[in-house]
Design a protein around this ligand. Structure first.
Ligand SMILES: CC(C)(COP(=O)(O)OP(=O)(O)OC[C@H]1O[C@@H](n2cnc3c(N)ncnc32)[C@H](O)[C@@H]1OP(=O)(O)O)[C@@H](O)C(=O)NCCC(=O)NCCS
Length: 153
């Protein structure tokens, strides 16, 4: 598997929609994000987008693996790449926002992310359509982070 940085204009929107149902949101944050794409042969199997928020804090805006390739460790490799590339840039912290339930929480915490905050009603106020998973509506957002600067612990 190859992971490489691509111009935002070449970001695989269909794939990024797996993680964020709003194409408008994705287009907006892609403008200021670095997008990395994972390929196996000619096939795009995964992608992530990361953005500098200032003050040494970076945010993982989106991470997605093509449905046919999920559950095979590709996401874990992409996440490790995201963590390492951010650390190598000299960042102090990598943050992300996710739902308050679902397998994604295990996925992130296994990679070392910890909960730093809860943003109540985030999914109600930032999306036009309700978002359901396992029959439960996503309402609140968990903020997770991995700190590279030991002083932040
Ligand atoms: C989250 C995601 C990037 C993880 O990538 P992945 O390649 O599937 O991840 P991995 O194979 O490294 O492992 C992820 C874990 O989640 C599980 N998992 C993956 N896809 C799953 C699914 N659709 N339903 C339930 N569990 C799933 C895997 O089984 C694995 O757990 P295990 O090791 O205990 O079996 C990917 O599943 C995805 O694109 N999901 C849809 C988009 C999304 O939710 N993005 C994150 C937004 S916060």
């Amino acid at each position: 598997m190859l992971i490489k940085l691509v111009p935002s204009a070449n970001a695989p929107l269909d794939l990024l929609l797996e993680a964020d149902p709003s194409a408008d949101n994705i287009r907006r944050y892609l403008e200021n994000s670095s997008c990395y794409v994972a390929t196996i042969g000619n096939e795009t199997v995964g992608a992530y987008a990361i953005q500098s928020m200032g003050g040494g804090v970076h945010e993982l805006m989106n991470i997605a693996v093509a449905p046919a390739h999920q559950g095979k460790g590709i996401g874990a490799k992409l996440l490790e790449h995201a963590v390492n590339s951010t650390r190598e840039r000299g960042a102090r912290r990598l943050e992300l926002g996710t739902g308050t339930f679902g397998y994604q929480l295990t996925f992130y915490q296994r990679a070392g992310f910890r909960v730093i905050a809860v943003e109540r009603d985030y999914f109600l106020t930032h999306y036009d359509e309700p978002i359901y998973e396992n029959g439960i509506q996503h309402k609140d957002q968990l903020r997770l982070a991995i700190n590279f600067d030991r002083a932040l612990y």
